[in-house]
Design a protein around this ligand. Structure first.
Ligand code: ADP
Length: 165
């Protein structure tokens, strides 16, 4: 039986910490679907189309990774694509509390879907999309944190926003 996992997130933008989880996750599962969602608590810098396009570009080299947008409950999306697991990345103990609650809620919603966690690599454990957006807004260099296409898109986006204001 082939094991399909879904890695959900906002990916605004995809950074090297996300990419590391995708690279390691696709070795564990037969197929990995990166599901790009809308987080009602966050106002994104990139549109969902831009986030999906970036992820498709940076995961093109992985033969068993697909990228899809999704709305609604993650467990419903996992069922819809024939998946059995949700993949999550864990950075710090503060992530732990949120992820623990989420995984319990998801288990209650659909007990047949398991959440699998991969610990963030130490070199990426400080990375978050929100922090990177703050650094970008103040003109900091994101070259060390973002894959090339994401770096270029964020640079253009920030330039355009600064020109507007
Ligand atoms: P959201 O905030 O909607 O969960 P993110 O795109 O920030 O979406 O994160 C998606 C997933 O990637 C989550 O499981 C998160 O814990 C994980 N993640 C985020 N940053 C890192 C990182 N630096 N290293 C490993 N995993 C990460």
């Amino acid at each position: 039986m082939s094991r399909v996992a879904v890695y959900t997130g906002t990916f605004d933008p995809v950074h090297l910490g996300h990419l590391d989880i995708i690279e390691r996750g696709c070795r564990v599962f037969d197929r990995l679907i990166v599901a790009v969602g809308i987080n009602p608590d966050k106002s994104p810098l990139l549109s969902i189309e831009e986030r999906v396009a970036l992820l498709r570009q940076v995961t093109a080299g992985f033969g068993n990774v697909d990228v899809e947008p999704f709305t609604g409950l993650a467990v419903h999306f996992v069922r819809q694509v024939g998946g059995s697991c949700m993949l999550r990345g864990l950075r710090t103990t503060s992530d732990m509390e949120y992820e623990f609650t989420m995984s319990l809620a998801n288990m209650t919603l659909d007990p047949e879907i398991e959440t699998v966690f991969l610990m963030a690599k130490d070199i990426y454990s400080h990375l978050s999309s929100s922090l990177l957006k703050q650094i970008a807004a103040f003109g900091g260099d994101l070259g060390k944190f973002l894959p090339g296409p994401a770096f270029m898109m964020i640079r253009e986006k920030v330039k355009a926003l600064q020109a507007e204001s």
